[in-house]
Design a protein around this ligand. Structure first.
Ligand code: UDP
Length: 486
């Protein structure tokens, strides 16, 4: 790597594979470049990427706000079994990418002032050490997840048996306790590789120089306090925590919001449409899709459903599928006559929809969501009440936060992993967030959060200030590098 430092501080970001990881890193990079005057290079791991992923990368490259560099794909077939959990696979990819990252950093024209990785990239922090660079972790999620992650090595020592078999909620100092059934996926089976990866990650994170979160200061005050309190979680992780969110994808220009979907939305009454989507890879069983179809129909509300082919598993299992699932005609997933009966009130979109643009449309009044953190923030920043339908990863915790702490969502009584949510319950939840008395309360709550969230990102807002502090630190570091280089 050349010793040159460039005309302004240069920071490198590493994105993990998957849309849910790529989007927040891109948005952080853009924000650092546009609002904090940094030169930003984003390394992305070339994957067997979906069309949506390629388009997202392409448009980020066209914008030219950051330099986007694709690292060569890595082959992990000899490293993990083909049926390993997604979590394990991503960890293996991010481990295997280290040599490529090392040589990409070596090849840069300007020395970076820091490396920022996400949760899955925490192992790559050792590459930053080799180049004597500060390193930051961006957790594109909430403080409660960070608190649990930091506390895992302690829970690992004190909890006997599986976490999911515990009779009492798992206590985390200063934070809301976590019910055993809501733990993150890697904690579900302690004998599995993904648990070992999670514990390793938990031990790596506190070695960084600062942690960025995709929340804002007022969203989880109690948890942030515990993370900063040296008698609580602060003793396990002594680095500063910076809430810099909500960083979400910006809306595409109005002229790109044309076509049948937006023409249809324009014709619907304000706040009348329920948007149904389970993220970049969530799938439901066929049985669950049938119940959801009935629930939507019984609710008599309008809806847009991003339909993905059902998972091959039966009954109550739901999981993440990268790509578009099985190719099949949509009609075969639904109750007989469903497509004809909903013709006037429902729109079905296969696989992928322009989610941010849909959620921002005034006709949309509710979101059945798997509670991925990007989707969660997109709902909140557009003031849309949520039906929390968690499927995988940390989504059960997100659902708890949305329903029990923030009051912006309702949730089925059973977990998707434990059974099929019935049509009556679905109908009832839809009515709760749209037409019942409770709907006004939830709508007001989410609108209030929306207003607060928007302000935090403006100049002088808490998230703006938090990211400014990070940027200032990088600038200081760059100035020192400049002096040393001259
Ligand atoms: N997304 C989208 N259209 C879709 C499905 C998903 O634009 O049809 C976007 C969504 O807006 C969000 C991201 O993909 O920004 C999904 O991230 P999230 O954290 O919600 O869930 P994940 O896919 O990681 O489980």
């Amino acid at each position: 790597m050349e010793n040159k430092t460039g005309s302004k501080p240069h920071v490198v970001l590493l994105a993990s594979i998957g849309m849910g990881h790529l989007i927040p890193i891109l948005e952080l990079g853009k924000r650092l470049s546009t609002h904090h005057n940094l030169d930003v290079t984003i390394f992305v791991v070339a994957s067997q990427s979906s069309a949506a992923e390629s388009q997202t990368l392409q448009s980020a490259m066209t914008e030219k706000l950051c330099e986007i560099v694709e690292l060569p794909p890595v082959n992990i077939s000899g490293l993990v079994s083909h049926d390993a959990a997604i979590f394990t696979q991503i960890c293996a990819i991010m481990r295997a990418i280290k040599p490529a990252l090392r040589s990409a950093i070596s090849g840069l024209s300007f020395r970076p002032a820091a490396l920022i990785v996400d949760l899955f990239g925490s192992e790559a922090m050792m590459v930053a050490d080799e180049f004597e660079m500060p390193k930051y972790v961006y957790i594109p999620s909430n403080a409660w997840l960070l608190a649990l992650t930091i506390y895992i090595p302690t829970l690992d020592k004190v909890v006997q048996g599986e976490y999911v078999d515990q009779k009492e909620p798992l206590k985390i100092p200063g934070c809301k306790a976590i019910r055993p059934e809501d733990v993150v996926d890697p904690m579900v089976d302690r004998t599995n590789q993904h648990y070992l990866d999670y514990v390793r990650m938990s031990m790596d994170i506190p070695k960084c120089d600062g942690i960025l979160l995709n929340i804002w200061e007022d969203l989880e005050p109690k948890t942030l306090e515990a993370l900063r309190d040296e008698e609580l979680l602060g003793q396990l992780c002594k680095v500063p925590v910076y809430p810099v969110g909500p960083l979400t994808r910006p809306l595409k220009p109005l002229d790109s919001r044309s076509g049948e979907l937006f023409l249809w939305l324009d014709k619907q009454p304000s706040g009348s449409v329920i948007y149904v989507s389970f993220g970049s890879g969530g799938t439901l069983s066929l049985e669950q899709m049938v119940e959801l179809a009935w629930g939507l129909e019984l609710s008599q509300q309008r809806f847009i459903w991003v339909v993905r082919a059902p998972s091959r598993k039966t009954g109550n299992e739901s999981y993440f599928t990268a790509g578009s699932g099985e190719a099949n005609s949509m009609a075969s997933y639904f109750p007989e006559g469903f497509l004809d009966r909903i013709r006037e009130v429902g729109l079905l979109i296969e696989d992928w929809a322009p989610q941010v643009e849909i959620l921002s449309h005034p006709s949309v009044g509710g979101f059945i969501s798997h509670c991925g953190w990007n989707s969660t923030l997109e709902a909140i920043t557009n003031g849309v009440p949520i039906i929390a339908w968690p499927l995988y990863a940390e989504q059960r915790m997100n659902a708890v936060l949305l329903t029990e702490e923030l009051g912006v969502a309702v949730r089925p009584n059973i977990l998707a992993s434990e059974g099929v949510v019935g049509r009556k319950e679905i109908e009832m939840m839809i009515r709760t967030i749209t037409v019942d008395k409770e709907a006004t309360y939830i709508r007001n709550r989410v609108k209030k959060l929306k207003n607060i969230a928007t302000k935090t990102l403006s100049e002088g807002g808490s998230s703006y200030n938090a990211l400014s502090i990070v940027a200032k630190k990088l600038e200081l570091r760059w100035k020192t590098m400049e002096v040393n280089a001259s």
